[in-house]
Structure formats: structure tokens, C-alpha cells
Unconditional design. Structure first.
Length: 453
């Protein structure tokens, strides 16, 4: 049975698709479509959405019990129905008071923090200049993203190298200029038997043994795993094995001991600020009414743009900050690994499409490779421009140029360029009228393409 609110959402989608986006974007109340949350501002004014559609989505969220599901998540109830577990990643970030698992999580966090401080200060018996982080999927993508994003906030910690691919070329490339005497090999694997990670873990140990001998090599090993016996068999000492909580999915695990390499390299201050920022967003999501709850409203917008069978089949994430270059890869797993399943607990099963295909790159690089398809192609995509106000490595002029590029691309997608305007541009450059008319078709951009900034 189709929910009545779904029928209203479908009707609103059909209504808006008959309206040019340029007209919808020229709304009087633009501020109502700029949504603010801790450390985040989202401008959805260039998306195919209006007050009536948002109201329909609010009704859908109410009929599906979204607010109660948010409450259940933060109460530690069973929300992971396929594995019959709670989802407690949020508790890692400091909001876990009152749930049974919180005490154990705090204990393990303290153990990791103590080890991180010891490793960074030479307390392991050698100076750690590099951490070789071995993992794959959720044990790799989150730490890679955060290392790129935050490494400039620290100057005196060790470097991190990442190995994920089972192809030994990856390991060889990452270790070619490393000194085993100053390298800590950290393996992150819940089961410690994922084939790619297990293979690279053996390579890491062999690399150390060859240079240092069996006993000293073990002193350079640490592991994050739910299989401590396997980690010990690999060579890690018991006090250098850190557990992974079964109630924390890999996609959300970077705030756990999976981020141990980050704790060592970034230092306690940066790591704790990272946790604090995530906790503030958790509190916003948990406590804010749906009418002004930014994560919930962005999710509703996703439903509107992607679950309709006539909607956008892809989400393009364009990071206008070099430090966020791994964000599309991280979001790709976060979105597609679970939400891509064709399974639903809604009455009547799936009504529309599941998650979109998520892809993207650094924005200014994409401008010179695939943006032409976004502006002029026939395939629709929901486009997200992600910018950081402090981008540009302290160079304010270049930082402003990055932001200007992002905003200009969003405006270009919306406004487009008519053939007449293109023809006039070419004539102004001295092209003959005949050539300008013929060439203008290649410069024409239809416009009316939505984006979030």
C-alpha cells in the first residue's frame, strides 16, 4: 500500500517538473532556503523545491515516524534491523551518557588516547616518523579523508601513509622511501581476515622483519580489530590491540579507534576538536525540530530528487577545497554501500529508486574534464558544491578565487547560456557572422540545472 503522503510528494514533484527552475529560483524568500547547522550552511535555493514540496516531505517524514526513529537511534535501541543491533557511532563523539555501552567506549577511547600520546612522544622505544595505515573500505576511506582535511592543523606529528589495494604495487609505492626503524605499522580490520587487508598486513610484517628482525619488528606493530587473537597471531602485543565495537558500522567508524593513526599524527587537541564538532552536529540532529533540522531536510531533498524514477540518477559532489578531495570517495561508500539495497520496510516495499550513484572530484579539476556534461549533457545529476571558507592555505586571494569558481559554476548551471548570447560573444571576438552562428550551438547551455552549495 502506498502511503498517502507519498502520493502528495509525487504530485508535488510532477507539479514542479513542469516549472522552469530559473523561475522557481527567483523566489522572494531566498533566506528560507539557506539552512544553517553547526559548522555548516547549505543553500538549496537553486534546487527544484518550494514551500509546498517541503510541506509534503515533512508530512512524509511524519507518516514514516522519522522523529521517533531519531529518538530510537540516540536511545541505543535496535535500529540496524539486518544485524539486530543498535547503531552507536554517535556515542563515540561524546553524547553517549545513559546508554549501557558508553562506559566501555569511554574506557577504550582512553586506552587509544594514552597509546597515541605515547607513540607521538617516542614512548614506544623508537621515534615514530610515519604510520603505515593498512585497511580497506570503512577502515581506510574515513581516515584518508580526515588526514587530508586536518593535517595542516598540526606541524610536529608523524606522517601517515595508507595502503588498501591488494595489488602489491600499492604497498611498494607507499613504503619505497620509508625507514622501517621509524615506522609504525597499524592494521585496521574488524575481522582481521578481509583478504586485501590480511595480505597487506603480512607484507607489512615481512617488510619490518627483513629490516629489523623478528623481535624488533613486533615492537613496530599495532592493530585495531574485533578479533584480538588474530591480531596477536600476526605479532601485535596485547596492549597494542584496540577493539572495534560491533555496534559501530565501518562507514561511521573514523571517530573510533579506527582513527588511531589520526590521533597519533594530529595530536589530542585537533582530535578532540574533531570529535566535538561531530557531537555538535549530532545534538542538532537529535534535538532540532524537523522543520529546521538540516540533516533531516537535506535527506528529504534527496528523497525528492532521487527516489522518483524520473529523478536524477546520480549525485555529483564537487569539493572546492583541495583538503576535501577525498570527500566524494568517502560519501560514495557512506551512501551506496547501504542505501543502494533494493530493500524497504515501507508498506508495499520500494516505491521509487534507491540511493543515487555518488561520484565527483575536486571542483576546479572537474571544470576541465567532466563539467561540460553537467552543463550541456542530457543526463540529469543532483550537484553539490562543497566549499570551505578557510580554503586556500592562508592565501585569501586564492581562497576567494576558489569560492568564486564554485558560485559561478552553480550560477552557470542554473542560468545557462542562450544561442543568441553565445553568438554575440563570438561576434565580439571578431568571428564572422556565419561562423558565429554555426559555432554558437556548441556554446549553448540549456540551464535550469539544480545544485546545492
Amino acid at each position: 500500500m502506498t502511503l498517502s503522503s507519498w502520493k502528495t510528494v509525487h504530485a508535488e514533484y510532477a507539479r514542479l517538473t513542469g516549472t522552469p527552475l530559473q523561475a522557481t529560483a527567483k523566489r522572494a524568500n531566498l533566506d528560507a532556503f539557506i539552512w544553517a547547522a553547526p559548522h555548516l550552511e547549505a543553500d538549496v535555493g537553486k534546487q527544484l523545491i518550494d514551500e509546498a514540496a517541503l510541506a509534503a516531505l515533512q508530512s512524509l517524514a511524519a507518516e514514516r515516524g522519522l522523529k521517533d526513529k531519531i529518538r530510537a537511534l540516540f536511545a541505543g535501541e535496535i535500529v540496524n534491523v539486518s544485524e539486530h543491533r543498535p547503531a552507536l557511532h554517535w556515542a563515540l563523539r561524546g553524547n553517549g551518557k545513559g546508554i549501557p555501552a558508553a562506559e566501555g567506549m569511554a574506557r577504550e577511547a582512553e586506552k587509544a588516547a594514552t597509546f597515541a600520546k605515547k607513540a607521538a612522544s617516542g614512548g614506544l622505544g623508537f621515534t615514530v616518523k610515519t604510520i603505515l595505515h593498512i585497511g580497506i573500505g570503512g577502515s581506510d576511506l574515513g581516515p584518508r579523508l580526515i588526514w587530508d582535511a586536518l593535517r595542516d592543523y598540526t606541524t610536529n606529528g608523524p606522517n601517515i601513509r595508507f595502503v588498501a589495494n591488494v595489488d602489491p604495487e600499492d604497498f611498494a609505492e607507499q613504503t619505497t622511501d620509508l625507514d622501517p626503524k621509524t615506522t609504525l605499522v597499524l592494521v585496521v580490520s574488524k575481522s582481521f581476515k578481509t583478504p586485501e587487508t590480511a595480505s597487506n598486513a603480512l607484507l607489512g610484517r615481512e617488510w619490518l622483519v627483513k629490516a629489523l628482525g623478528e623481535t624488533d619488528a613486533n615492537n613496530h606493530l599495532a592493530a585495531v580489530s574485533s578479533a584480538p587473537d588474530k591480531a596477536k597471531a600476526w605479532g601485535a602485543a596485547e596492549d597494542r590491540i584496540f577493539p572495534m565495537d560491533e555496534s559501530v558500522g565501518g562507514r561511521y567508524s573514523v571517530w573510533s579507534s579506527v582513527g588511531l593513526s589520526l590521533q597519533i599524527a594530529l595530536g589530542a587537541d585537533v582530535w578532540n576538536r574533531f570529535l566535538k564538532g561531530a557531537a555538535e552536529m549530532d545534538a542538532h540532529f537529535r534535538d532540532t525540530p524537523l522543520e529546521s533540522n538540516v540533516p533531516a531536510r537535506l535527506a528529504m531533498l534527496d528523497v525528492f530528487r532521487h527516489t522518483e524514477k524520473s529523478g536524477a540518477p546520480t549525485r555529483t559532489v564537487l569539493a572546492y577545497a583541495h583538503r576535501l578531495r577525498k570527500l566524494p570517495d568517502f560519501l560514495q561508500q557512506l551512501e551506496m554501500e547501504s542505501n543502494g539495497k533494493n530493500v524497504s520496510d515501507a508498506p508495499g516495499g520500494l516505491i521509487g529508486l534507491t540511493a543515487p550513484i555518488t561520484w565527483g572530484s575536486v571542483g576546479t579539476l572537474g571544470q576541465h574534464s567532466f563539467h561540460q556534461l553537467l552543463h550541456q549533457g542530457l543526463r540529469d545529476s543532483s550537484i553539490e558544491f562543497v566549499a570551505a571558507l578557510d580554503a586556500g592555505a592562508g592565501d585569501r586571494g586564492r581562497g576567494r578565487a576558489l569560492l568564486a569558481n564554485a558560485f559561478a559554476q552553480a550560477e552557470g548551471l542554473l542560468g545557462g547560456r542562450s544561442r543568441d548570447a553565445a553568438e554575440k560573444e563570438l561576434l565580439a571576438k571578431g568571428m564572422s557572422p556565419e561562423k558565429a552562428k554555426a559555432q554558437s550551438v556548441h556554446m549553448h547551455m540549456e540551464g535550469g540545472r539544480g545544485s546545492t552549495t
